[in-house]
Design a protein around this ligand. Sequence first.
Ligand code: CAO
Length: 557
Amino acid sequence: MALVEVQVPDIGDFDEVAVIELLVKVGDTVKAEQSLITVESDKASMEIPSSTAGVVKELRVALGDKVKQGSVVLVVETAGASAAPAVSAAAAPAAAVAAAPSAAVASTSAAATTGPVEVRVPDIGDFKDVAVIEVMVKPGDTIKVEQSLITVESDKASMEIPSSAAGVLKDIKVKVGDKVNIGDLLAVLEGAVSAPGPAPVAAAVATLAAAPAAPVAQAFSPAPAQAPVATAPSAPAHNPLGHTAGLPHASPSVRKFARELGVPLNEVQGTGLKGRITADDVQAFTKAVMSGSVQTKAQAAKAPAPASGGAGSELGLIPWPKVDFAKFGPIERKEMSRIKKISGANLLRNAVMIPAVTNHDDADITELEAFRVLTNKENEKSGIKVTMLAFLIKACVAALKKFPEFNSSLDGDALIYKQYYHIGFAADTPNGLVVPVIKDADKKGVLQISQEMAELAKKARDGKLGPADMSGATFTISSLGGIGGRYFTPIINAPEVAILGVCKSQMEPVWDGKTFVPRLMLPLSLTWDHRVIDGAAAARFNAFLGQILSDFRRVLL
Ligand code: CAO
């Protein structure tokens, strides 16, 4: 056993680079060449590998620390025979970073030219066949000296390849996915002005040496001693923000991880230093997408219906007609209320997404209405007015108990059967439609329901309903009975699966088998989600509701 201090190797001209990621922790077993930390300058990021295999005993750096060549990253206990004291070992520098590296090299060395100039991949150390992961320019762009043209990535580092010449980009010779090597033709510039001198301006290039497995970051001198010609001198040092804007802020290994999972990295929120995306962020994003709590942009694009405000094209429909109404007469434009905007968006989604069917029926409420009138007379002093809607709520609870799928919600391919009975009722307010909820209606009597309904309806009209008053409904009733009409087709209040619409009752001649008799008939309109409920079940639900309403004693059964 031996304790070995692993140091930052020669990382070229980088001085004091920030540690932005710790890739191992104390107790981890690391292999030689395994990445230990990621460091980042304003030009490039790179992973620092271990020069030796062993168990991590001590971490000597923390996030945000600045390191340079020779800084001790951590202490590793190796399997070797020698004992402490700890010996120091830096990953050896790159075997060959032969010539002074250069920016993407223009094939003419002239300080200025107007002819086409070929820009090639400069000496990027021992990199071989590195993948192009981003092309940052397009034909027609005016390119400045030092402007990054492409980003390449090895398994340990990503770097941008800058142009050594200025001019208009005539042709870009590589595309994402291509593999490039030193000397490969990248681009052709026209009216180009190349940087003068033997060591042209270049953005940083991080390189990873092949043998003996050490990272070498080679940063080029930021500016030529001699000012370049007029068209290029103000070329800024590479702007890391631009880099971030084009490419998500993440280390090469995280990028690779994201690619393997098919995670769109530019949609992941980074929680690392300076918003950097970590492997944990990628994992958390994947989990969120799998659980359905987050949608990728690609998924959203495939989603069936916009909730609001769509012009129609999202559904493949012809656009909404745009008419200049003022042409035909005087007009006044008024913004819709907040409630109307919110309920409109929900109604649209529910109307579009639910395969809804409505069954119409009539219930004989002659005796029930007589009982209601009597009850109100008897309870006159209590101040509680019993309305037909309160009886309907009780009747619906009985029907929901008998037909539990009407009290369910869809959850993917499963149904959630709720064992509580919270009944929403649509209330008309000056600002629009709201749906307060009578909680646990199965445990309450008609008088209590009437009282709560009156209180909630008042709160609704006064605009004082809170979210708790309007949430948790398992089934909704929309009553237009106090207003009029015969039948209508209410829209289901998702994630519920059915809604009962009620219209104004009226006396009708009903055949009793011998003769027509006058009966008070209540029109019922039941809308149901055909994914959950079948037509026969809906007809049975309505029929059962009719039986209860015609003889309310059945509620007790
Ligand atoms: N048939 C005949 N008369 C009825 C009736 C029915 N089905 N339902 C209620 N009535 C009568 C009541 O008995 C009352 O008569 P009196 O004043 O003579 O006693 C009158 O109509 C008014 O009732 P109400 O509307 O105040 O009370 P309610 O319990 O029936 O309804 C509430 C309360 C809040 C639901 C209602 O005021 C409301 O806002 N309804 C509109 C709901 C709506 O907009 N739905 C559409 C949604 S889809 O766009």
